[in-house]
Design a protein around this ligand. Structure first.
Ligand code: E4P
Length: 219
């Protein structure tokens, strides 16, 4: 399973890249705003800065919601770097745009997906990635992970090549369950990735090993 980090924070992207397990980055307009990035030129420069750090796909989301402007914006984003994946919302004009981009060989990420039907449409349009938001479904007392299972089943039934990018991942259990189900990618915050490191028996075991070593060395 590929690991993407879901942030526009350059420091955190660098930390995840330095860990050696990062396969890409996802951003969205809220994450860009959180870093104080606004204005076309700053947005473009920020995507360039992200691409310079990460060795993998970088999702850059369009703001437009009508077909013509999604296409225009998507072209501008895609020409920034080969790593750019144009992130398009799951709306009618978005699906039309994904189909168009797929014909042009431009990578896409269909975002804001909350149902199996939406994921089926994204695959039929030729999306490179589909992003079901599991955390936000959990937030409204709906099982986000069962959506990943449903999409996996549907995509396998028809050998769709669209990759399932489990998004809105919040913690290590989401990541582990997504890996068990067979999500192709997960995207989450750095804290969720780092939480995979943690086990109390690792901490106590290491403390014991180091103490025994020090004792044997007469320290
Ligand atoms: C997906 O690409 C989104 O950026 C993201 O995963 C949304 O996550 P959130 O629900 O934590 O905002």
């Amino acid at each position: 399973m590929k690991f993407f980090i879901d942030t526009a924070n350059l420091q955190q992207i660098k930390e995840a890249q330095d860990l050696g397990v990062l396969d890409g980055v996802t951003t969205n307009p809220s994450l860009m705003a959180k870093e104080g990035i606004s204005g076309a030129e700053n947005v473009i420069n920020h995507y360039k800065a992200i691409c310079a750090i990460v060795d993998g796909d970088v999702s850059a989301e369009v703001i437009s919601t009508d077909f013509d402007n999604i296409i225009k914006e998507g072209h501008e984003l895609a020409k920034l770097d080969d790593k750019i994946v144009v992130k398009v919302p799951m709306i009618k004009d978005g699906i039309k745009a994904i189909k168009y981009f797929s014909g042009e060989g431009i990578k896409t990420n269909c975002t804001l997906v909350f149902s199996a039907g939406q994921a089926l449409l994204a695959a039929k349009a030729g999306a490179t990635y589909v992003s079901p938001f599991i955390g936000r479904l959990d937030d409204i007392s709906t099982d986000g992970l069962s959506l990943i299972e449903d999409i996996r089943l549907i995509y396998d039934n028809y050998a769709y090549e669209t990759q399932i990018l489990a998004a809105s991942v919040r913690h290590s259990i989401h990541i582990i369950e997504c890996a068990k189900i067979g999500a192709d990618v997960m995207t989450g915050p750095l804290s969720a990735i780092l939480s995979l490191l943690k086990h109390p028996l690792t901490d106590s075991g290491l403390a014991q090993f180091l103490a025994d070593h020090a004792k044997a060395a007469g320290k």
